[in-house]
Design a protein around this ligand. Structure first.
Ligand SMILES: [Zn+2]
Length: 87
């Protein structure tokens, strides 16, 4: 059974060298809401749908903007970026 959440071949190579980060603070601790459905063939929960909403576990922001994709070696945790100059 093919995985409906796997990217197409032309994109998977690029994605294997990158990961999404929070556009607000740069953290890689991103989670996304999803639904799971019990699959009797596999005997386990399988991912049924990914929702569009992302959440950053570091700065606790609901992310509405597109995620930033950075090379894997630049995705380490780092201090939040002060974009607003308000901290
Ligand atoms: Zn963040």
């Amino acid at each position: 059974m093919s995985d409906p959440f796997s990217p197409p071949a032309w994109l998977s190579g690029w994605l294997s060298t990158r990961r999404p980060v929070c556009p607000r603070c740069g953290s890689a601790r991103i989670v996304r809401d999803a639904c799971a459905r019990w699959d009797t063939n596999f005997g386990r929960w399988v991912l049924a749908q990914l929702h569009d909403r992302d959440f950053c576990e570091t700065c606790e922001a609901d992310i509405d903007d597109p995620l930033a994709w950075v090379p894997l070696d630049q995705s380490q945790e780092r201090p939040p970026i002060d974009q607003e100059g308000s901290r």
